[in-house]
Design a protein around this ligand. Structure first.
Ligand code: MTE
Ligand code: MO
Length: 392
């Protein structure tokens, strides 16, 4: 292994790039607890993981369409009011829930090959993130709350990291969100320095990362180093040449990236985690459980489970805190978090079990993965199916 060369406050492993570190837990471990321990929280990286050596010298430079650009030190951020937001990050779908957009890609590639990391169903995690609200940080540089445009024409907020990605020709990972979302305290966008009550670890963005609740994980930039107020959305690779949803007719020969918007909110998603595909069961009572989540702060209205391949459906019970029934959009529910579901069914023979969720805007999941096939293999939110074999 090579020693990283020292840089300003951070250091990196040099070119050539090694394969970035990506990992997801087994599905049973994923749902062992409502708040995902950082060890079991999926890890998605596009370059080597930076090492920040001197926290006291670490700062975020805020500039762009601003009268007075400003270097914000970690201590300035620590001094702002601290918020804890439980959110799900989905690799492209995120209590603050985080979900990667590529979650469940492997199943989509069975229809036709797709390009991307082969994820099973666990590129998602639900952590309690602690940090300052981005709306408070922006106020430090003179941008008021609830604004959609600065007097200098800024409409988007760009986050730039320190890692080096081959997709950016060795440049840093970056992404942006609209200024209206960034300055809205209720959007709960955080500059997080804690995960589950502990300082962020290196894999998840130490010392500081963005957490954009309800939005695909790709916009939650880790190892944040710069914030730019810009007129148009970020032109980086991961905004403009990746993480866009195309129709099934688009292939690598006819793709025109400029025809689509960068994916932001993730759609309604639901996965059975108590059973592998395929599982062997003893005929009798079988517990079927897993997670459901939707983007944009939408709650989960219902989870339907079928034990006969979709002919009839049972409604599962839903909860966030164990034993407490979940009510969508209730004051005591975690708006940005996933919801666990559970139903016990009497299964006598080999069958296909299916789960599908409905969110609080009555959005439903597509039945067949073929209908939403896309060349990047993102946002596979088709009905989740597992086969069980009854063995007497
Ligand atoms: N931020 C940086 N700097 N570099 C990255 O490669 N990957 C993004 C996002 N932020 C990435 C990043 C993607 S695609 C996802 S899904 C999430 O981080 C994953 O966050 P996690 O590794 O903490 O789960
Ligand atoms: Mo992702």
């Amino acid at each position: 292994s090579q020693e990283p060369p020292p840089q300003i406050a951070a250091a990196f492993f040099p070119f050539p790039f090694q394969t970035p570190f990506n990992a997801e837990p087994p599905r049973s471990a994923l749902v062992a607890s409502y708040v995902t321990p950082s060890d079991f929280f999926y890890k998605r990286n596009h370059g080597p993981i930076p090492i920040v050596e001197d926290i006291n010298r670490y700062s975020v430079f805020v500039s762009g369409l601003l009268e007075r650009p400003r270097q914000i030190m970690m201590k300035d951020i620590w001094m702002l009011p601290k918020y804890n937001v439980t959110a799900t990050l989905q690799l492209h779908p995120a209590n603050d829930l985080s979900q990667c957009a590529g979650n469940r890609r492997t199943a989509m590639s069975k229809t036709k090959t797709v390009r991307g990391v082969g994820w099973d169903v666990s590129a998602i995690g639900n952590a309690t993130w602690g940090g300052a609200k981005l709306s408070d940080v922006l106020e430090l540089v003179g941008i008021p709350k609830l604004t959609s445009v600065t007097q200098f024409g800024g409409r988007h907020v760009e986050f730039v990291s320190v890692d080096k990605c081959k997709e950016e020709n060795g440049g840093p990972y970056k992404a942006s969100i609209p200024l209206s979302q960034a300055t809205n305290p209720e959007a709960d966008v955080l500059l997080a320095y804690e995960m589950n009550g502990e300082p962020l670890n290196r894999d998840h963005g130490y010392p500081l990362r963005v957490v954009v609740p309800g939005v695909i994980g790709a916009r939650s930039v880790k190892w944040l180093e710069e914030i730019n107020i810009i007129a148009e959305e970020c032109q980086g690779f991961f905004m403009q040449k990746d993480y866009k949803m195309f129709p099934p007719s688009v292939n690598w020969d006819n793709i025109d990236w400029s025809t689509r918007r960068p994916q932001m909110d993730f759609p309604v998603q639901c996965v059975i985690c108590s059973l592998e595909d395929v599982s062997t069961i003893k005929p009798g009572k079988v517990k079927i459980s897993g997670y459901a989540a939707s983007g944009g702060g939408r709650g989960i209205e219902r989870v339907d489970v079928s034990i006969d391949g979709g002919k009839t459906w049972l409604e599962a019970s839903r909860f966030q805190k164990s034993g407490v029934p979940y009510i969508s959009d209730h004051a005591n529910s975690d708006k940005w978090a996933w919801v666990f579901f559970e139903v016990t069914a009497d299964i006598r023979q080999s069958t296909e079990i299916i789960a599908k969720a409905v969110d609080s805007a009555a959005n439903v999941q597509p039945e067949k993965v073929e209908d939403i096939w896309n060349l990047r293999g993102i946002l596979n939110t088709s009905w989740h199916r597992v086969k069980v074999q009854a063995s007497h």
